[in-house]
Unconditional design. Sequence first.
Length: 454
Amino acid sequence: MVLKRTESSTVGDAGGETMESIECGAEVAKEFAFRDGYRNLNHGSFGTYPTAIRSVLRHYQDEAEAKPDKFIRYDYPKLLDESREAVANYLNAPVSTCVFIPNATTGLNTVLRNMVYEPGDVIIYFATIYGACEKTVDYITETTPAESRKIEYSYPVSDQFLCDAFEEAVTAIKAAGKVPKLAIFDTIASLPGVRMPFEALTALCHKHNVLSCIDGAHGIGHIPLDLTALDPDFFFSNCHKWLHVPRGCAVFYVPERNQGLLRSTLPTSHGFVPLPKGEGGFVNNPLPPSGKSAYITNFEFVGTIDNSPYLCIPAALEWRSKLTWKGMKGEEAVMAYTHQLSREAGKTVASVLGTEVMENEEGTLGNCNLSNVRLPLSFGDIADDDHRKAVKVAQWIAKTLVEEYNTFIAIIFYGGAWWVRLSSQVYLTAEDFEWGAGVLKELCARVSTGEWMR
């Protein structure tokens, strides 16, 4: 790849260095802090960010230590507003609707723990919900009057199947005299890594008067998003996964019509306004006064943590604007490169393994940076049709990848077969996945000899 020189960038304004435009592919890898020989084939789980953004992160951490009170009380809120404006513009959302939280799991917990439930209220969710989120639903149904309804299925299924199943669930809940209060669904499910028809599901929520709660953990920086057009009731997305922002940072979008439903942050902090209790009910906020909305003020300070990642949004967006591919630049280049690489990676690995990529008839599951390929292993022959043994096989493969091959690829047992989830990214190339395919083929051969049991 050719390093393309353009005008200097000011990513270093907050303490980083200037940088030049780079063509997506092998040259981009030099911008990251990977140890020599390590291939990061699992970007989707935890994300990572370039060293230029690390310099910005450390600058703000240093500022917080240089004059803690000055920075945290007075400088930080102004910088935070700049980040909120940057992310709001990126998502085409009003600035008044966007705040930051540490991660998507916190987003779902904030929504579900703020809702006031009545007997008969039902939370709808889908079978591929993220594990921690399903456990949050379980907790809510254990501690409140709320009930839950899980829409069961196994991929690959069509987008229309999911939409029909959702409407059937809503109809059944109403027929039972209950209220479908809120529906949880993903932009892109985690395991298996597939794109869901979140746009159509959001529209169906509007149609049936159900609150839409979108888990966009794999959303921002991954696929184009227009929140004004989408108009969800709640949306949260990890900036540290695909937007090249340091961990942990997630954007939390709530339209103004719903902000009154979220009275408390998680944990409850200084911005919470208790209900009136008569004389002596005033609770002082020790932070500087703010003329911002109650929603923005509430999320501006939520306990003492390192909020420096939140301030890295503008720098990350500027860094991405310098990436190029086939005449494209910025977000267009990033998404075109990673989406095409993901499709190519799936085909390559499936060809080497002699299996197939998980896809539906519509061809929509792989419209993202993740692809899932079946491993050439028989459930009956390898694990005696025992799910516990199947999980041990997946765990053995994962650990061996780390210990012997200096990489990691997500391995899951799903629908009676083992699958590998591939993550494409701007610093990866087709050669990385060709190498990964050979490693997986070798590991499958080792599994077949029973090495995983030793």
